[in-house]
Design a binder for this molecule. Sequence first.
Ligand code: ADP
Ligand code: MG
Length: 711
Amino acid sequence: MTVPVTFESKLAPVIGDKSARPLAKSFGIETVGDLLRHYPRRYLEIGQLTPLSDLELDQHVTIMAEVRSVKKFPFGPNGRRTRTEVLVTDQSGEITLTFFAKIYALKPGDVGLFSGVVGSFRGKLQLTHPQHDPIGDRLARGVVPIYPASASASSVVIERCVGMVLDAVEDLPELLPDAVRDARGYGDVAASFESVHRPYSIAEAMTARARFRFEEAFVIQAVLAQRRHAAAAATATARPSRAGGLRDRFEEQLPFALTDGQREIAEVIGAELATTHPMHRLLQGEVGSGKTVVALLAMLQVVDAGGQAAMLAPTEVLAAQHHRTITRMLGDLARSGMLGGAEDATRVRLLTGSMGTRARQESLLDLVTGEAGIVVGTHALIQDGVEFADLGLVVVDEQHRFGVEQRAALVDRAETRPHTLVMTATPIPRTVAMTVFGDLDVSVLAQLPAGRQPIQTTVVPIADRPAWLDRAWQRVREEVGRGRQAYVVVSRIGSTDEPGGDAGAEESPTRSLLELHEELAGGPLHGLRLGALHGRMAADEKDTVMSRFAAGEIDVLVATTVVEVGVDVPNATVMVVMDAERFGISQLHQLRGRVGRGSEPGLCLLVTAADAESPSAERLKAVASTTDGFELSRLDVSMRSEGDVLGTRQSGFRSSLRLLSVVRDEDVIVAAREAATAVVAGDPALSGQPALAAAVAAIEASDSAEYLERT
Ligand code: ADP
Ligand code: MG
């Protein structure tokens, strides 16, 4: 009795070891399902010859072409072996195939499929290691699928393996409920795999592809719909506002009026905190739109209701800055138990990984006793040993890399969930928000506080115009002469103090920062008070430098991207970004958001040695041309890979995508979200859809597996 072949079956027993090995090696294809989801890249209609002028060198291709001539040459010892040269054409161009064998099957006028790597020999195109495959019984179907292939696994070989699998497989998981399939006019899973791999027409193949593209979106949306459903069942402690409490008094003593946007969103959040339903809100706000105040109002409401609030920042610099700003803004409202403290004042604590033991102990104690109403920290806050008396709200600030891992760590584990507010300055395109943050409600803070001056951004191309760099330093001197301050940002890829940054810098960035610092101090910025800030400094050193810069005791801060997010020194008006081409679009937008935060216009100079025609120069021009974060993020996303867009925690999503693009397929995602929400509403456990339930569980499992590895 043979074991039935299913979607999960190992491939080797079905198609043989010899065929299976290159598939595993080239594409990581291990199972029947993996191979069936290795969809054709495109389809050729029999008789439609491949345009040979489009072929790119070094690519592995499969072409359909007509034989023009076949020539045989003897070679080898005593001329006993035969080399066959076949010239094939698409009428417009031609390419030579050299086989070291006799080829009898081809004669002029035949049309065949030829695979190989495109090379060039004496100025003529040729296919190296060519393989010939007669059209054969494909003629009946009229369409040939062309698969993503490699030298060891050609499209023709893959096509044959897929055929064997399709003939053998008995049980395919149907992920789309009947009603969803019917409504969209899709076939069942078996028919659709047949259509996508062995179609009779290109139209048939396209319908099947559309089905599988929708299916990918549908499974992800089912995951999110289930998460939303679970969240709806979870409870939180209600934290209603208290008249005359800290929140009210803080609002009264604010030195500025809230913008309309701030007021509206603060109201929405305030109302949500007052219910026993856990808030899950994403606050997207343009750089400098004033998200911190909104978060602080929410945190104070929770403190007024007897709870605690934790604010997570991505870097120690930012955590320390928030701690300072919040303490300063609250004034006597944050001086619990201290001289001059207001009645029922609270305490604001800081918790970071590199704090001294004593300070850390103090913070931990205040958290567990509830003495501290507010704590600001880095990911150190989510480590074991950190206990709260009554955590009511988690604010995740500057979640500008599209990930949600920190939020999950604090929130997912608790029985009674704290409310959560995720803040990001990177506007996220709708489709990505629907995928990555699909279980969050979204508010957008588009308006900047009144009186803000625009930031002017200029590219300084030092390859063409080296003198412009001197002019840049002169601008810095002018601003400092007017009592303003400046940043000089040095490129640095990866850092050890930022979660999500790829640790391990490209070269020794610290040295290049220090070198530049020295060069500037001895040359163009001689006589100015310079400071240096980078991720490898001890936390207290960083803190001292930032405090001095904030206090105006440093004129020019030479820094790495530790200043990228959130740093807020309104007196800084000019920023010079060195090697600007090494930064991404969103990163540059973030960086320049550090200037022009006060009433003075900001100036950002992007210094680059990149060729004016290069893609990186184009990117810089784009950044210089607009300050609209949404527009830039669309550009940015369109230039990133899908995996990049989905972020680190979404590994399960990422690896399930074959046909769907979260960047382009908005309509598919919207439709899938609707359908999945309806299905989950009717059958939350998906017990009527075992295959779908299993796919959803697999994604959740790979997400949390990844998550566990990271902590
Ligand atoms: P972001 O949204 O980028 O995090 P911040 O919260 O750091 O922005 O705010 C940027 C600056 O604007 C801060 O100095 C803050 O005090 C100030 N600010 C916030 N709201 C207002 C307002 N309504 N009017 C004037 N200034 C404001
Ligand atoms: Mg901020």
